[in-house]
Design a protein around this ligand. Structure first.
Ligand code: PLP
Length: 399
């Protein structure tokens, strides 16, 4: 009989969020009158910008006529969207990115997993701990050796440099789940390290629009020389509520090199172009028009208003927790608040206390990595009303 991929048996049996959903379902089943508020999974609750809705309606109407119908599009993404990204996300910030360095995709989650294909299976991978579990799980599936980079409270949850040499390094700023951000100095340290070790950084800035503190980089390319060592991932999911619409992009600069089987330096950009054009048939035209619209004047205002809304939730959670005597981090440049469990209480115990005593869904920090133990993640993606109600209940819990 054919053998199943043995790497899948090295994974945690259930994906973290499925485990949380199962526990919550059991609680709801046994408490049918429960008024449970979710500050758990990082999904949006506010409508996507009206500018995107209008653009998608218009694009849909184009599909109704033979003259304006769009079939298969360019796999790498339509030029109109790639140009809008370059102008607004990079050129406006003094960063020069070429049109063929941008690859539009249907989400950063897929990009995180798929990008590994262009690297040798023996590449040693470094992953912050705690972090978005998809980095870890997709690399385990691929059978790679992993090193974890502790992100400790004493270092503002910024990942420490690896003890052994690594080839591929994932960085996430603003961070999911800790809500911490990497400063320019932090990123300079990593770019220097990657240059010295000939390593490549995969920089995930899915939450870049949430940065409020002046001087915190939104892009790793704000650091000199980063184009030679870094791939950047960005998503429209949390910027513009596209979690269900699906659109993201990845930047693979021409300056980024790796060794071919003969030990010669080659560009990674054409390898990814080959992979993308072979295995992917592009994001829907309608969706790409919706994404383009966030860069219009109206779109920018609407995006800002929604992010301001979520960040006010973040402020309410942070200050509410502190008033109840809990320590909490993040929520200043990110939609996530990292709530610390008092005196040795575990993540799962705190998660259970929040669920059963306050009917609030959180996510246990231990599911994001060993160094997440002792914390839970709360998100600010709820409605204002639910966020306020949740905070009013948190003071009740006894640990
Ligand atoms: N990267 C990080 C750090 C995330 O937290 C998420 C989603 O929660 C993603 C990527 C996935 O984004 P997308 O919806 O584009 O797949």
């Amino acid at each position: 009989m054919i053998k199943a991929n043995p790497n899948y048996f090295k994974l945690p049996v259930v994906y973290l969020f499925q485990q949380v959903a199962k526990t919550v379902k059991e609680y709801k089943d046994t408490h049918p009158n429960a008024d449970v508020i979710s500050l758990g999974i990082g999904d949006v609750t506010q409508p996507i910008p009206m500018a995107s809705i209008e653009a998608m309606h218009k694009a849909t109407d184009e599909m109704a006529k033979a003259e304006t119908l769009r079939g298969y599009g360019p796999e790498q993404g339509y030029e109109f969207l790639r140009k809008a990204i370059i102008e607004n996300d990079y050129k406006a910030k003094g960063i020069d990115i070429a049109l063929d360095e941008i690859f539009i995709s249907d989400g950063s989650k897929c990009d995180v997993g798929n990008i590994q294909e262009i690297f040798d299976v023996t590449a040693k991978v470094a992953i912050p701990d705690p972090v978005y579990p998809v980095y870890r799980d997709t690399n385990i599936m691929a059978g790679r050796e992993l090193t974890f980079l502790p992100c400790k409270e004493s270092d503002n949850f910024s990942p420490s440099l690896p003890q052994t040499d690594c080839d591929l390094i994932y960085l996430c700023s603003p961070n999911n789940p800790t809500g911490s951000v990497m400063t320019k100095e932090d990123l300079k340290k990593w770019v220097k390290y990657a240059k010295e070790k000939n390593a490549i950084i995969i920089f995930d800035s899915a939450y870049k629009e949430y940065i409020r503190t002046p001087g915190i980089p939104q892009s790793i390319y704000e650091i000199e020389g980063a184009k030679e060592v870094a791939i950047e991932l960005r998503s429209f999911s949390k910027t513009a509520g596209f979690t269900g619409v699906r659109c993201a992009y990845m930047v693979i600069p021409h300056a980024l090199k790796a060794l071919d089987p003969n030990g010669k330096d080659i560009e990674l950009n054409p390898l990814w172009a080959r992979r993308h054009t072979t295995k992917f048939n592009g994001v829907a035209y309608i969706v790409q028009r919706g994404a383009e619209a966030i860069y219009t004047e109206a779109g920018k205002k609407q995006v800002k208003a929604t992010i301001d809304y979520y960040m006010e939730n973040a402020r309410l959670i942070r200050t509410g927790l502190k008033e109840c005597g809990f320590e909490a981090f993040g929520g200043i440049d990110a939609p996530y608040i990292w709530m610390k469990a008092p005196n040795g209480v575990t993540s799962v115990k705190l998660f259970e206390a929040l669920l059963t005593q306050a009917e609030i869904i959180s996510t246990p920090g231990s599911g994001f990595g060993t160094y997440g133990e002792g914390y839970v993640r709360l998100t600010s993606f709820g409605t204002r009303e639910n966020t306020i109600r949740a905070i009013e209940r948190i003071g009740k819990i006894k640990l």
